[in-house]
Design a protein. Structure first.
Length: 358
């Protein structure tokens, strides 16, 4: 009998999913790397005080848009495409908001009954409709990404539907320029529209990556691998802190996109060279679940760890490890009992769009 551990569960489920259908394991590993950086950055908020933090900060969110673009599919038309994206992005957005809302309500109740410090909840909004009004919530702040990704998908669908390949690229970069211009003027449109415009090129490049058959392993990969050290050095010196969701971006348009695209290339091709990283791939395969649930969990573990240890790199890594370990049973439970709410299965059926076979 196997001893149940989070590591064993990760490896077992990772191999099972690979056997179910062809998956590019290194893409899951890249997503896993990204979600690990997301978790750590939400534990160690001053990560950009360090040069390595600035380096990672310059591309890790943009990497998610790139990876999402790799699997863009127009389906049978706008109606089916919209239904699919509601199933895979909007419903999880609402579900993870409700998860965090109830988690916070329970935590607040326990803290109040025990006479513990509840100052973290003081002055915070408990209006349940704020997720619709703002596209995010203080209960689960990272959900802004799902709002923006939904917008990017719809906008990209419309552009590719009506524009040829050349004009599509022109339109994507013009819209990105508009978004960047808004950032320089301090204009932040509602629902993260400016962020979505700035992020369009990453989504487009991800789609081109797949269209160019670069997903498969190829002898040409060695040339890219050879360039990675120089690319990393360039990004190390050019990278600047940013907050994509707040449209706080570096002054240089070119260096921002160079670092974002270059950093994405480094992560993707390093994972491609490694071929199999089962634990990282597990977290990448279920990164949506981890993304949607980690916010309140990492804060809980952080507050517990900080009562024992002073805030330090050791405390941050312990809180990170505890958060990652907690995510494993959450993933297993949600996949089993709530697959329609986490994008694993359809809640709104798209069967009506299927053409009947003769």
């Amino acid at each position: 009998m196997y001893l149940y551990t989070p590591i064993y569960a990760c490896m077992k489920l990772s191999y099972e999913n690979t056997a179910e259908k062809k998956r590019f394991d290194y893409i899951d590993a890249a997503k896993g790397f990204c979600i690990w950086v997301v978790i750590y950055s939400h534990i160690h908020f001053d990560m950009t005080d360090y040069r390595i933090g600035i380096f990672l900060d310059s591309f890790f969110v943009q990497l998610y848009f790139f990876l999402s673009g790799m699997f863009f599919k127009p389906y049978s038309g706008l109606a089916e495409f919209t239904v699919k994206k509601i199933d895979r992005l909007v419903i999880p957005l609402l579900f993870f908001f409700l998860f965090a809302y109830l988690y916070d309500a329970l935590s607040y109740g326990i803290y109040s009954l025990c006479g513990w410090d509840t100052s973290a909840y003081a002055g915070k909004s408990w209006r349940i409709w704020e997720i619709v009004r703002w596209g995010t919530s203080w209960h689960n702040s990272p959900l802004w990404f799902l709002t923006s990704l939904f917008e990017v998908n719809l906008l990209y669908y419309v552009l590719q539907k009506f524009l040829g390949k050349g004009w599509l690229d022109v339109a994507v970069w013009i819209l990105a320029g508009v978004g960047y211009r808004l950032s320089t003027k301090g204009i932040v449109p509602p629902y993260y529209i400016g962020t979505s415009l700035v992020s369009l090129p990453f989504f487009r490049i991800g789609h081109l990556f797949r269209q160019s058959n670069m997903l498969d392993y190829s002898p040409r990969d060695k040339y890219v691998w050879g360039c990675l050290p120089l690319l990393a050095v360039a990004i190390w010196f050019l990278a600047r802190p940013l907050r994509l969701h707040e449209l706080i971006l570096p002054a240089s348009f070119l260096s921002f996109y160079f670092c974002s695209i270059g950093g994405t290339t480094i992560v993707v091709f390093l994972c491609k060279a490694a071929k199999r990283l089962p634990i990282l791939s597990f977290f990448g395969r279920y990164s949506l679940i981890v993304y949607g649930t980690h916010w309140c969990i990492c804060h809980t573990w952080s507050s517990i760890v900080y009562t024992i240890l002073p805030e330090s790199l050791a405390a941050y890594f312990i809180a990170f490890a505890l958060t990652a370990a907690t995510e494993v049973p959450i993933i297993l439970l949600l996949r089993r009992y709530a697959p329609c709410f986490i994008g694993e299965k359809e809640l709104i059926s798209s069967a009506r769009f299927k053409k009947p076979t003769a």
